[in-house]
Design a protein around this ligand. Structure first.
Ligand code: GRG
Length: 282
């Protein structure tokens, strides 16, 4: 798993090397190579591996997923959005550089993602399918919709249903599509299984995030903690409490395991990664 993460980091850097020199390139590399978990590309590659495919042939697609995720983090941290100073244990992109550079670096990563997929040697039909899935999930019906709703509910009380809708899109769409893209390559018949598994995992991951915002430290998380309470934000924890939220996380993971065992894959590989996510402290 460590080896896969290092391979992702190395390829991310290589893909940025040909870019024109300047502050935007520097900011892209700064945020992209910051110590993140690489969860989404790891899920994508691990699913491929669990079907006995050579995951390295799809490394650039994995990198495109991480580029989109990093763009979303850079923009989410901007003063016009969450206005955060710390991300992945470092100053946020606009704090390290400036706001205009951070906006452009985010735009450029979103843009680079599609180019990276199109420039692979995969067959054209597959490239179109993967690009379509990824950009639908991160677009205005997906992650951007989730972000819009999240911003709206900063000043409005959200019900549990509304909160779930935010999470399905803000967090779930990109996690789920990472799994769907792998299924699209490996076995289309399993796509629906991976899609639902991704939404359950995404919701569990977000509830964990709400719990960690209360139980963890800034050093451990690499971002400011306690911000949800400070912003009077509706979260699973504020609506249900920590214990019931943790119970919900456990239930969602159990559903994920059941789906994994329903498929003919190398179960151990994907279970190992899920277990790592379940036990995560950052
Ligand atoms: C700006 C269009 C747009 C969307 C932003 C991703 C996102 C949507 C906002 C980030 C804020 C947040 C807490 C989102 C929930 C998902 C989440 C926990 C993101 C952080 O992902 P990790 O933990 O981060 O995988 P690393 O740094 O490990 O990659």
């Amino acid at each position: 798993m460590k080896e896969m993460k290092e391979e992702i980091n190395q390829r991310l850097l290589e893909l940025c090397q040909p870019l024109k020199e300047g502050k935007v390139k520097d900011a892209m590399i700064y945020s992209l190579l910051a110590p993140g978990k690489r969860l989404r590309p790891m899920l994508f590659l691990t699913v491929l591996k669990s079907y006995q495919l050579d995951y390295r042939s799809y490394m650039d697609v994995a990198c495109a997923i991480e580029m989109i995720h990093t763009y979303s983090l850079i923009h989410d941290d901007l003063p016009g959005m969450d206005n955060d100073d710390l991300r992945r244990g470092r100053k946020t992109c606009h704090k390290q550089f400036d706001e205009a550079t951070a906006i452009l670096a985010g735009d450029a990563l979103l843009n680079l993602g599609v180019n990276v997929i199109l420039q692979t040697t995969l067959n054209d039909s597959l490239k179109v399918q993967l690009t379509n899935l990824l950009y639908q999930a991160s677009g205005v019906n997906g992650m951007i919709y989730g972000q819009q709703q999240d911003l709206y509910f900063e000043n409005h009380q959200a019900s549990l249903e509304e909160l779930q809708d935010i999470h399905y899109h803000k967090t779930g769409d990109l996690i789920s599509v990472s799994l769907q893209m792998a299924a699209c390559i490996a076995k289309k018949d399993d796509l629906e299984h991976w899609k639902q598994l991704g939404y359950d995992l995404g919701l569990a991951f977000q509830i964990q995030d709400d719990i960690l915002d209360i139980t963890s430290t800034t050093e451990q998380l690499g971002k400011m903690v306690g911000s949800d309470i400070e912003n009077h934000k509706s979260t699973y924890v504020s609506l249900l409490g920590i214990e019931a939220s943790q119970k919900k996380v456990d239930e969602l993971f159990k559903k994920c395991y059941e789906r994994i065992y329903a498929m003919q894959i190398n179960h151990g590989l994907i279970l190992e990664l899920l277990l790592k996510i379940l036990k995560r402290v950052s």
